[in-house]
Design a protein. Structure first.
Lengths: 398, 224
């Protein structure tokens, strides 16, 4: 299993751990198509996840998942644990950085058709990971046991009650008691902690899937297709490093200069089960689905719509079977995807604003766009493109 | 010791024909520079994480200072009996010795078995550097934390001379005599420490304060 570049030291390792060196070589010489800067978001996400993982581990050394002590232990982390304020800022600011990069990463996949065959598993493992991240973020937000933690968790767990028949029983089973209390808090902590490790494993799976098929090539559908590939190291590695540097610089600005920009003031008030805060506001990265729950005048309907909005992404590779990938060269999809991005942004804003008629109606409109783009525009465009490709290929080879 | 360069011999680092090192390319320099900077960044990032493991500052509510000085009444302690009190989180054994126990502590047969019979190692204040290792011969007071690895020895007579009393550590079998002196060839290296103390009256021991050696404290001893 050795090759010409092995030294005595690496040769020793090669003999005993034979998959390591081929794997490293595969990573370093991984042929990369001529991708643009949007393909560096994965590296940023990896760095963001690493920081979340490490800061989370260190926070868990000081956090106490106990009804009476959770809030105080978080306060102690902020005020008395040496450098605790910095580690917590990294963790609470990191989640916003992570989701910003995550949504851009998914948006990149949508625009450039990275979900298509043969990359279905890359797309599905990524979406699965996104759901895990959302669950982890939600569970983590409960842990400080402030007013927003408590009432956010109350609202979301009661959404489970909307499931017909088993709803209430399931809720009590998940909480371990009738109301949101100490048992549930402990479960949220263990869930949050464990999901970090599960996500780490799914990241491995995601990267493995990618290396099976290779990165998608954004130039293939254009007027000048470029099929040249370059090894990942050093060309794309350096590019990733540059993107990570910029990402970390923004991260540092958020952590050091704007630590309270994305925090909710209500969450520095200890949880009070008898007083709901005046306006319940979700974190921005979960705001779209919060807006959906609110826009549908039915408890089960809201839950179903929010779930369907995510599920529709899972069947995307089969909804859009056009041979064409890049939305830049698909006029209909270009407009559709543009509208979807606007709709997504609108839903974030709607979730962060009060439930006024304007925002509720904007949410409904945005949801309509969301489903129309994926269920109508994409399949329609794919149908037309397949027909065109079929006729042109028949024309070329009579 | 100045050395003159011969212009005809190329300096190795210049990477001329037949040199030892290749000429560093622009890429080598940039790669090495980035790696060094990145490594420095990673080390800097590690600082707050390692910092957070330091002792947490006590909150004002939790900082209930334990009494540095504690009075213990020995009125109820009959000759031959002993009791354990907790002083500053340390277990302290107080024994009321019978005259024959005091005599047994000076038995040459016992002294021959001890590692430090004369209490040369500073495990006690000056006033306890005597055959009975205590301020008053009738009362032996010892911090019962084994000097081996910190377990708490039980009060139990040593087998070789039961009359002297003794302590036995359940963890690794170290034996001490009734004056807290460790026997030879035991895992524990030192005698049990004697806390600073003085007698307020005949029946009250004040732990934490010595009138004869005012500077003696648990920080003065060789090993707790």
């Amino acid at each position: 299993m050795t090759d010409d570049t092995s030294t005595p030291a690496t040769g020793w390792l090669d003999t005993r751990l034979p998959f390591l060196r081929p794997f490293c070589r595969h990573m370093a010489r991984f042929p990369m198509p001529p991708v643009n800067l949007f393909w560096t978001l994965g590296a940023c996400l990896l760095v963001a996840f690493g920081l979340m993982f490490v800061s989370g581990l260190f926070l868990s050394l000081h956090y106490q998942p106990d009804l009476a002590r959770a809030f105080d232990s978080v306060e102690a982390i902020e005020r008395r644990v040496p450098s605790g304020w910095l580690i917590r800022s990294l963790h609470t600011g990191g989640v916003s950085m992570l989701f910003a990069a995550l949504y851009l990463h998914v948006g990149r996949g949508l625009w450039y058709g990275s979900y298509k065959a043969p990359r279905e598993l890359v797309w599905l493992s990524g979406l699965f990971m996104m759901l895990l991240f959302m669950t982890t973020a939600f569970a983590g937000y409960v842990l400080p046991w402030g007013q927003m933690s408590y009432w956010g968790a109350t609202v979301i767990t009661h959404a489970v009650e909307a499931i017909p028949g088993i709803g209430h029983g399931l809720l009590v089973y998940l909480l371990g008691e009738d109301t949101l209390g100490g048992i549930a808090l402990h479960r949220f902590f263990i869930l949050h902690f464990t999901l970090g490790f599960i996500i780490a494993a799914v990241i491995g799976l995601h990267v493995l899937c990618l290396h099976g098929t290779g990165s998608s090539n954004p130039t293939l559908d254009g007027p000048r297709p470029d099929r040249t590939t370059r090894p990942f190291a050093p060309f794309h590695m350096v590019k990733d490093c540059l993107a990570v540097c910029v990402f970390l610089a923004l991260f540092a600005v958020l952590v050091f200069f704007l630590p309270e920009l994305l925090g909710e003031l209500d969450n520095v008030i200890p949880a009070n089960p008898l007083k709901t805060p005046a306006d319940i506001t979700p974190e921005w990265y979960l705001a779209p689905w919060f807006a959906m729950l609110r826009a549908i005048p039915s408890r089960l309907g809201g839950l179903a719509a929010a779930a369907a909005s995510l599920l529709v992404l899972f069947i995307l590779p089969w909804l859009d079977r056009s041979p064409c990938h890049n939305a830049t060269f698909r006029p209909l999809v270009r407009v559709g995807m543009g509208l979807f991005f606007v709709a997504f942004f609108t839903l974030i804003l709607a979730g962060l604003h009060g439930a006024t008629p304007l925002w509720v109606w904007l949410s409904r409109l945005a949801m309509l766009v969301w489903f129309l783009v994926f269920l109508v525009v994409l399949p329609l465009s794919a149908y037309r493109e397949r027909k065109k490709a079929g006729s042109s290929s028949r024309g070329e080879t009579p | 010791m100045t050395q003159k360069h011969d212009a005809s011999v190329p300096h190795p680092s210049l990477g001329e024909e037949g040199s030892l090192l290749p000429r560093p390319t622009r890429r080598t320099v940039l790669t090495a520079g980035s790696a060094v900077l990145g490594g420095a960044g990673a080390c800097t990032l590690a600082v707050p994480f390692l910092d957070s493991l330091r002792r947490t500052q006590a909150s004002s509510a939790a900082s209930t200072q334990e009494e540095a000085v504690m009075d213990v009444s020995v009125q109820d302690l009959d000759p031959g009996a002993h009791k354990i009190v907790v002083w500053q989180g340390l277990p302290v054994a107080i024994q009321h010795r019978t005259p024959e126990m005091i005599r047994a502590l000076e038995d040459p047969a016992l002294l021959a078995q001890l590692a430090d019979p004369q209490s040369h190692t500073t495990q006690q204040p000056r006033e306890a550097e005597n055959p009975h290792r205590s301020l008053r011969a009738e009362y032996g007071v010892y911090v019962t934390i084994c000097t081996h690895l910190g377990c708490v020895p039980n009060y139990r007579n040593i087998q070789s001379l039961p009359a002297s009393g003794g302590f036995f550590c359940p963890c690794h079998g170290s034996q001490f005599d009734g004056a807290g002196r460790v026997l030879r060839n035991m895992p524990a290296p030192y005698n049990l420490p004697v806390p600073p103390l003085h007698f307020v009256d005949d029946h009250t021991i004040r732990l934490g304060e010595s009138t004869i050696s005012p500077h003696y404290s648990m920080n003065s001893i060789q090993q707790l």
